[in-house]
Write a protein that binds this ligand. Structure first.
Ligand SMILES: [Zn+2]
Length: 178
């Protein structure tokens, strides 16, 4: 279990212990009974899940095929509100420079220097949680994409004499021939 998952679980556990009513961490449904400790203790993590999930875990364990923790609802990326689909690539680029570019440059710098302990799959989730509208992030070469009104905005990162350079490009939508 990686650091992000440990952090999320510890937070959920503390909230459960405080008696907070929440969605089931495993399936994400509003299926938890009000008395937290009358629900099921997960076999996979030290946390309470709903009765259906408790039974599902037992069945899958019996078949030797547990569902990976990474598929639990509570570990899915929580995307920021909003996107850039209503604005042009150039308008999106202007906003991204103000709001996301410093963060993305830091991610890129840490990534290529090997400073980070995270694997890229984990980094990808972090980045998607931080950056409104970001559609995908690639490691090699390092680039990110956004869906915009006139197609797709692509940002490419590279290091040049210790400075992070970012090239931006809007690739147009294919017009339908019909
Ligand atoms: Zn559940």
């Amino acid at each position: 279990m990686n650091e992000r998952m440990q952090r999320i679980l510890a937070d959920l556990k503390a909230r459960q212990e405080a008696g907070e009513h929440m969605a089931c961490p495993r399936c994400g449904c509003d299926t938890m009974k009000p008395e937290i400790y009358t629900n099921a203790l997960s076999r996979q993590a030290d946390i309470m899940v709903c009765d259906d999930c408790g039974m599902s875990e037992a069945k899958l364990a019996f078949m030797g095929n547990p569902m990976p923790l990474t598929q639990w609802a509570c570990f899915k990326p929580r995307r920021p509100d909003g996107d850039f689909k209503a604005v042009t690539g150039e308008e999106a680029w202007a906003e991204i420079q103000e709001t996301q570019l410093d963060y993305l440059k830091d991610v890129f710098t840490a990534w290529i220097s090997g400073d980070t302990q995270d694997d890229f799959a984990e980094k990808r989730i972090d980045v998607k949680e931080h950056c409104k509208g970001l559609k995908e992030i690639w490691e090699q070469p390092f680039m990110v994409t956004y869906a915009v009104r006139d197609g797709e905005l692509v940002l490419r990162f590279r290091m040049n004499n210790g400075e992070v350079e970012v090239a931006h490009d809007v690739t147009g939508k294919q017009e339908d021939e019909a």
